[in-house]
Design a protein around this ligand. Structure first.
Ligand SMILES: [Fe+2]
Length: 158
């Protein structure tokens, strides 16, 4: 992600964080509805609910701190998300489950890394910084859920 740094950049960080959540929400909506196995549908529903909740929390923090952002985050993330949605939308049955699980692992790993190494050190809004640190374990929990589902279904993931 090509992040902007500096004290005036928190609006950009909120926008990117919102975008990451929105991307996983939309992919999880596909998983919850198109999932072939109950494991995938259940995992996707959990992830969907969690990301909707943390997205709203971040929006509330932004509003409380007078940070206004336009929802435009990172262009690379936007284009890779569009490609993922197109690809997953065209799949069904076990092929969908496999592709969804294979997507979720690097997505969550990269999201955790970006939050820990790029967003947390750079944000100026203390409430946002504390919040990001608090939600990191949740990203790691989603990685575990994905690995558990993949193992049950015999899908090899990273
Ligand atoms: Fe997640």
């Amino acid at each position: 992600m090509g992040l902007i740094t500096g004290s005036a950049s928190d609006a950009k960080f909120f926008a990117i964080y919102d975008q990451v959540n929105q991307a996983d929400i939309e992919v999880a909506q596909l998983g919850a509805t198109k999932g072939h196995s109950e494991e995938v549908r259940r995992m996707a529903s959990t992830i969907l609910g969690d990301h909707a909740a943390v997205q709203q929390m971040a929006r509330d923090i932004a509003a409380d701190n007078g940070v206004i952002y336009d929802g435009i985050g990172d262009d690379d993330l936007a284009s890779s998300h569009a490609a993922t949605m197109k690809r997953l939308s065209g799949l069904s049955g076990p092929a969908f489950d496999e592709a969804y699980l294979k997507h979720e692992v690097p997505f969550h790993r990269n999201a955790s890394l970006a939050v820990r190494e790029q967003l947390v050190p750079a944000v100026q809004t203390e409430e946002l910084k504390a919040y990001l640190e608090a939600v990191l374990p949740h990203f790691e929990h989603h990685l575990r859920l994905t690995h558990d589902a993949a193992e049950k279904l015999g899908v090899t993931v990273e």
